[in-house]
Design a protein around this ligand. Structure first.
Ligand code: FMN
Length: 512
């Protein structure tokens, strides 16, 4: 038995990090503003290499970009301008607000608490206007810093056990997550946020890659220690979470490099002191892959989770066709996005909700989602106000483009409670819950399945955000009381776990 296959670890973390009314109300944690972590990783010795700010616009409709992916047939190689566009619309600073506790630099993708614990690195061959190397993306300066000179792609080929998308990629994005930057507020629940916040960011990245005509594939199966070493992170503080292979070139010749040297590049401390939450270190270690064979067997076919037989009344969904759909370009939609802070309690159209569900769930290119189009999370909804749809609780049958009603009624009050007693889920037109059968997922993927299912839910939620804003609606991610959500959707959801929640509706500001 490998460490990854002993799934006690994932269950222990999952159960211990659940929110309940009691756990939230008995928690004495407070925000120590004097010890607030810096929002940016700052190297002290590396010079910034500014990225071009004037970039071409793709003009590709957001509703197409989020739903499609490019098949790797011909050669596709990003140049520096395309990379700048990708990085800006994925992790760049898109808004800035002055705040009594300090300025907040909002980024292109939603992130719990606006704490931005996800860092982005680039590993590339020689590209037009960019030399081969390993780079860190610095959103504050909109710049790259080069950590290593030369072509290090073969390290990633080895670390992924020769994953084909990586072997053919002229460029791979590595996303890491920094514990303390998010745990300062959210304590040990931060490990779930890694998947959510990395996921919303990847929803943008995948959509922009498609708009640029670049094949892209999310890779979760890799040797953790090798990737962490390549980007020179201290794995006690910051860990590689996902890779995205971008573009397509002839396969790299097999190379046997010596291991990249340890650089120990100096960075500015995030704050005066950092609090360690051992539960997160444990689940990370338990979900790490340690040999090429383990990586090889990890990726591949996803387990097939069947929904219970349909017994409730059904509503057929009719999303926009390609010809009729709103065509606001992906660049505009990403820049327009910003989480709703208050929803107007007015209905959205069934056509709009259908389009969100359809476009967000057309499939994610990922090494744990074979065959293409597989999904680990199931979609459950509380519908508060959608024209042509009775208020109630529903489950989405993706294969049949249909909603099955689980119970009818006005559940605004319950929705507010389930979303951690906040107003947003009560005011929203619809609350979209991602639920998964962890028994089956962990059985197939081991503890690392826990990372994969959180990441997938984050990507799906990021797509929901973009599909909503593409239709001039609004959305926000929300946290939740775990077991209360399952009770609410049971008996249908019996045995499942709630992974993520996103609410959609009309923004109160836009209907004034
Ligand atoms: C997974 C997730 C969970 C979130 N949970 C909440 C929440 O419970 N309450 C809330 O008001 N906002 C929540 N947010 C919204 C964030 O606060 C927001 O994304 C962040 O402040 C950045 O702002 P922006 O999305 O407008 O760019 C959540 C966002 C995400 C991605």
């Amino acid at each position: 038995m490998t460490v990854n296959s002993n799934v006690e670890a994932a269950w222990r973390y999952h159960n211990a990090s659940k929110h309940s009314y009691a756990s939230v109300h008995n928690n004495l944690h407070f925000l120590d503003w004097d010890n607030q972590p810096l929002p940016f990783k700052a190297y002290t010795t590396l010079e910034p290499l500014r990225l071009p700010r004037e970039v071409r616009q793709t003009g590709v409709a957001a509703l197409s970009a989020i739903a499609e992916s490019i098949h790797p047939v011909a050669s596709a190689v990003p140049d520096l301008e395309a990379l700048a566009q990708l990085l800006y619309l994925t992790a760049g600073i898109t808004r800035h607000r002055k705040h009594p506790g300090g300025d907040i630099y909002f980024r292109a993708a939603a992130c719990t608490g606006a704490l931005y614990e996800v860092e982005v690195y680039v590993v590339c061959a020689n590209l037009v206007d960019l030399e081969a190397g390993v780079y860190h993306f610095a959103p504050a300066e909109f710049a790259l810093r080069r950590l290593r000179e030369g072509d290090y792609r073969s390290v990633l080929s080895e670390a992924t056990g020769g994953e084909s998308a990586i072997v053919h990629a002229p460029l791979t994005i590595i996303c890491t997550c920094t514990y303390w930057r998010n745990a300062w507020k959210y304590q040990a629940r931060t490990y779930r946020h890694f998947g959510w916040d990395n996921g919303t960011l990847l929803a943008n990245l995948l959509a922009v890659a498609t708009a640029l005509g670049m094949p892209a594939k999310v890779i979760c199966g890799f040797l953790d220690a090798e990737v962490n070493r390549l980007v020179d992170v201290d794995p006690e503080r910051e860990v590689a979470y996902s890779l995205v292979a971008l573009g397509h070139v002839a396969a790299l010749p097999q190379q046997f490099l010596s291991k990249p040297s340890v650089l120990h590049l100096e960075t500015v401390p995030l704050s005066r002191n950092e609090i360690v939450y051992p539960a997160m270190r444990k689940i990370h270690a338990a979900s790490s892959l340690r040999s090429a064979e383990e990586v090889g067997t990890w990726r591949g076919n996803a387990p097939f989770a069947k929904l219970p037989a349909q017994t409730g009344a059904t509503v057929q969904l009719h999303p926009y066709s390609d010809a009729e759909m709103p065509r606001d370009p992906i660049e505009q939609v990403i820049l327009r996005r910003g989480s709703a802070r208050k929803f107007a309690e007015v209905p959205i159209g069934l056509l709009q909700l259908s389009t969100i569900l359809d476009r967000a769930t057309r499939g994610i290119p990922a090494d744990f989602l074979h065959p293409e189009g597989t999904q680990l999370n199931e979609v459950y909804l509380i519908v508060n106000a959608v024209e042509g749809l009775d208020a109630g609780a529903y489950v989405f049958h993706r294969d049949r483009q249909m909603l099955e009603r689980l119970k009818a009624g006005n559940f605004r009050t319950q929705a507010g409670h389930l979303g951690l007693d906040q107003d947003l889920p009560a005011e929203a037109a619809a609350d979209i819950f991602f639920l998964a059968d962890l028994q089956i997922i962990l059985g197939r993927f081991g503890n690392r399945g826990y990372r994969a299912v959180q990441l997938e839910a984050g990507i799906l939620s990021g797509k929901v955000y973009l599909a909503a804003y593409a239709q001039r609606l609004s959305a926000t991610g929300l946290t939740f009381y775990d077991d209360d959500v399952i009770r609410f959707f049971s008996p249908h959801a019996h045995g499942k776990s709630v992974i993520m929640l996103v609410a959609v509706g009309k923004n109160a500001k836009s209907v004034l």
